[in-house]
Design a protein around this ligand. Structure first.
Ligand code: PMP
Length: 455
């Protein structure tokens, strides 16, 4: 629902039109490339790439560290970082070396056989996240899908519970929100649902333990799949006691708990799970842990692994529905090993979080300076502002504070001045290569945008 957001709508509309015109003038090559892509569905390699504020996306020429250059020759400070896939920075040298060695020297991009890197990656993930047994996928979506299947199998229960306005990838069970009458309904725009989502899923608001208990009390929920902080509808942080309450309730009602750390990994080297001493039964992750090379992973508790091993009726080695031909391939494994041992290290996180704190402080100062009813949330290396104050405490509240026109204006204004934010959010992510001067440049441009908008 668009809100007033504290800005003059006529002024916003005229500035938006000016910025879109500037964008079109500045990007003739990208516009032409988009115009030529007649045989791509929607003119893009993947339909999400049409989520851009200015009518067509910038086309990438090069990307290195925290910088990206488009085919019109403009350089950007990249705070989007592939919506977390490039949290390690673009093409970090240790990952390039490991992947080059794997592909060029040793050879073998995919073999359906293990390499020794995989065990090292599993051990490092176990050390960081506290779950002892790991398995790999190619995307976080698939890690979630496979985790769901395993937990349905061991629990014998049919349903998955998620938080309203969560995102866990294109996982059928997760496309449910709390409707106006408080009951679950299909998320708007859900494409080709195999069945009514209320038959497979339950939903509760983030930060609402009473609502969670009401749903779990039905006794049919195999697992709660959640992010420890919502990150895909702005950042919604957990209130004190909420996550401990979730764990207590899931245990009481015999429901497994999956922490999806794909984005909340920004909280620290062991994600929110280590930072906040959480105890999930399963942890799923993907995107960043292989420095941009496709990967997904899920970690299992010892008790859960035992339960699965004790079930010879479950076909985990052939057609049972868990696995993928290219999962655990040598390139992903080499990239993940290098990323975890040499790039996204404890020291790197300390620097990234300090940079993000400077980012959040500066944005807060500008927002306060204009007395805007907006709020800023930080989750380790990730910062996001929302057009609502106080900060939304549920996904539904956060969804209600969306303002697409204002968001688009800020995105295009920043892009025209060499700064990229994540298209689906007002989110800025810090990589190990992001510097304080990058942050200051952002604040300069963001401040100018606010000054023009607010007079
Ligand atoms: N989980 C979370 C929390 C995510 O934010 C995303 C993607 N934004 C996914 C899973 C799915 O990741 P992928 O699209 O790489 O499968």
């Amino acid at each position: 629902m668009p809100t007033d957001s504290g800005v003059d709508r006529a002024r916003l509309a005229s500035l938006s039109a000016r910025e879109r015109a500037t964008y079109a003038e500045r990007h003739p090559r990208s516009a032409a490339a988009y115009g030529r892509a007649d045989h791509l569905f929607g003119r893009v390699p993947m339909t999400w790439m049409n989520k851009n504020a200015a009518g067509f996306p910038v086309y990438v020429d090069r990307a290195r560290g925290a910088r990206l250059t488009d085919i019109d020759g403009h350089e950007y400070i990249d705070f989007c970082l592939g919506d977390t896939g490039a949290m390690a920075g673009h093409s970090p040298a240790p990952v390039v070396a490991a992947v080059t060695d794997r592909l060029a020297t040793l050879g073998g991009a995919t073999t359906m056989l293990p390499t020794e890197d995989a065990a090292a990656v599993g051990a490092e993930l176990a050390r960081r996240f506290g779950l002892p047994y790991w398995s790999f996928a190619l995307t976080a979506t698939d890690a979630n899908r496979w985790a769901i299947r395993l937990l349905r199998a061991v629990s014998g229960r049919p349903k998955i519970l998620v938080n309203s306005y969560c995102y866990h990838g294109s996982v059928d069970e997760s496309l449910i929100v709390v409707g106006p009458d408080g009951r679950g309904v299909s998320r708007e725009g859900n494409v080709g649902a195999p069945t009514d989502v209320t038959g497979t899923s339950r939903v509760a608001e983030f930060n609402d333990l009473a609502g969670l208990e009401r749903e779990l009390a039905h006794g049919d929920v195999a697992a709660v799949l959640m992010e420890p902080a919502l990150t895909n509808i702005g950042i919604v942080l957990p209130e004190p006691g909420y996550l401990a309450g979730v764990r207590e309730l899931t245990r009481r009602y015999g429901t497994y708990l999956i922490n999806d750390e794909t984005h909340t990994f920004s909280a620290g080297p062991g994600g929110a799970t280590a930072a906040w001493s959480l105890e999930p039964d399963v942890l799923t992750i993907g995107k960043a842990i292989a420095g941009g090379i496709p990967i997904g992973a899920y970690g299992l508790s010892a008790a859960l692994a035992d339960s699965l091993t004790g079930r010879p009726d479950l076909d985990l080695v052939d057609m049972g529905g868990v696995g993928g031909t290219l999962a655990g391939n040598p390139v992903s494994m080499a990239a993940a090993r290098a990323t975890l041992s040499d790039v996204l290290t404890e020291e790197a996180f300390a620097g990234m979080i300090a940079t993000a704190t400077a980012f959040a402080d500066g944005v807060r100062k500008l927002i306060d300076g204009h007395v805007l009813p907006w709020s800023v949330a930080q989750l380790g290396a990730r910062v996001e502002y929302r057009f609502a104050s106080p900060a939304p405490r549920t996904g539904t509240e956060s969804a209600a504070s969306a303002d697409a026109e204002l968001e688009d204006f800020l995105h295009v204004y920043l892009a025209n001045r060499g700064i990229l934010l994540t298209p689906f959010h007002n989110m800025a992510l810090m990589s190990p290569a992001t510097t304080l001067s990058d942050v200051h440049r952002h604040h300069e441009v963001f401040g100018a945008a606010l000054a023009e908008l607010l007079g």
